[in-house]
Design a protein around this ligand. Structure first.
Ligand SMILES: Cc1ncc(COP(=O)(O)O)c(C=O)c1O
Length: 392
């Protein structure tokens, strides 16, 4: 175990030290939820305001989000899973339909498909990104296919031009699961501004958190109006007419859900959004350091890093030889490493194991992610790298 020296770990105001106790072995955590003091204050203010449901702070969060990310329409929802579920509903996905997607993701992506009694059809991925391979989509499309649902693994954008090309040839909408990709860019444009539907997550360990929360971004005004109704039982809040009997008058025409965010969560969102730029910057500094040192190291294969896109760096994933030995060695030195998510299609709910995803099978054997969050200190990064240099 590496011991921390006395007072070695400085704590920043309002942030939790990773290792505070002088005698505790150093622990480098994979993730660290970040809640700012300003967010705590704002939540208290909202709690005392008498308005804690969906109200003015949700609207404020959406407005600030649009400006900060550079997207035309944004709707705050309860989480990313519900954003994907709503997007699939809007794309017309229903019982018996098929959606082409990737299995290298968290369970949430395909559960949203299953919740519509539709079937996820898994396409293969790219070894050096973990993202869906656009060349493996076309031959999986048939009459039942209703949408293409892609994931930006670790925050590194997919090959969106190629994905949009195959989707539009087949008249299919593209939904982006951008749970990992807040602040990512593709060819200079913000993720969230490129496909008909993009879904973000503000769950605890994401770039910014609202405890739990999500954002559905759309690019057409009509979709925005529809999404706004359908995230609350199909009711158009703005068009409701007051009634002397108390409940406003409305006429619901679309099937909807209770998916809207509340003002308590949005209060955290508004404050954390102000930190997003510095969070992304810190993550990118750490990744730069990791890449510099690990680039030529034997037993390690780094992922691609194309000039035409900017990752949001939620994770730093790489391939290592002898992964179990690597993980054992890192953990024995107090450093958390994790695959984060293993291919989901091996779960029985998705049917028998696929044999037609050879790259995913190879990827699954060797990928691993290193600690990456904005509370990592330079010395933590050095420690991670030193341990790797010492071998496994
Ligand atoms: C790729 C991916 N999609 C969707 C989700 C679900 O996000 P949420 O917890 O906000 O529903 C996650 C959560 O970690 C995820 O990693």
């Amino acid at each position: 175990m590496i011991k921390t020296s006395r007072n070695k770990h400085k704590t920043r105001k309002g942030e939790h030290a990773i290792s505070k106790h002088k005698d505790r072995p150093k622990q480098v955590r994979m993730f660290s939820p970040y809640v700012s003091e300003d967010a705590i204050k704002r939540v208290c203010q909202t709690l005392r305001s008498g308005y804690i449901g969906e109200g003015p702070v949700v609207e404020e969060f959406e407005e600030e989000f649009k400006k900060a990310i550079g997207v035309p329409y944004a709707l705050a929802v309860t989480n990313c899973t519900t954003a994907i579920h709503l997007a699939l509903a809007m794309a017309g996905v229903g019982p018996g339909d098929e959606v082409i997607t990737s299995a290298q993701t968290m369970m949430a992506t395909s559960h949203a498909i299953l919740a519509h009694y539709a079937k996820p059809v898994f396409a293969d991925i790219q070894f050096l990104s973990g993202n869906i391979n656009p060349l493996d989509i076309d031959h999986r499309i048939n009459k039942k296919t209703k949408a293409v649902l892609v994931i930006h693994w670790a925050g590194y954008p997919c090959d969106l031009d190629e994905i949009h090309a195959v989707a539009s040839r087949n008249n299919l909408p593209v939904i982006e699961d951008a749970a990992h990709a807040l602040g990512a860019k593709y060819k200079g444009k913000a993720i969230g501004s490129l496909s008909p539907y993009t879904c973000f997550s503000f769950q605890a360990i994401k770039h910014i958190t609202t405890g739990d929360g999500g954002m559905l971004c759309v690019i057409r005004g009509a979709d925005y109006q529809q999404a706004k109704r359908r995230r609350w039982y199909g009711i158009d809040r703005k068009q409701r007419k007051p009634s002397i009997l108390g409940e406003p008058i409305w006429d619901v025409t679309d099937m909807g859900y209770k998916y809207h965010m509340n003002d308590i969560a949005a209060s955290m969102g508004v404050e954390h959004l102000k930190k997003l730029e510095s969070i992304l910057k810190r993550r990118s500094q750490i990744v730069k350091k990791y890449r510099q040192v690990l680039e030529c190291m034997s037993g390690i294969t780094l992922f691609e890093d194309k000039e035409d896109r900017k990752s949001a760096n939620l994770f730093f994933t790489l391939h290592v030889d002898n992964r179990e030995d690597f993980a054992r060695m890192m953990r024995s030195k107090g450093i958390e490493v994790s695959v984060v998510h293993l291919r989901i299609d091996t779960n029985k709910i998705f049917g028998p194991l696929r044999r037609d995803l050879p790259v995913l099978a190879k990827f699954t054997e060797s990928h691993i992610s290193l600690p990456l969050h904005n509370l990592l200190l330079d010395e933590d990064v050095e420690c991670v790298l030193q341990c790797i240099k010492e071998g496994w």
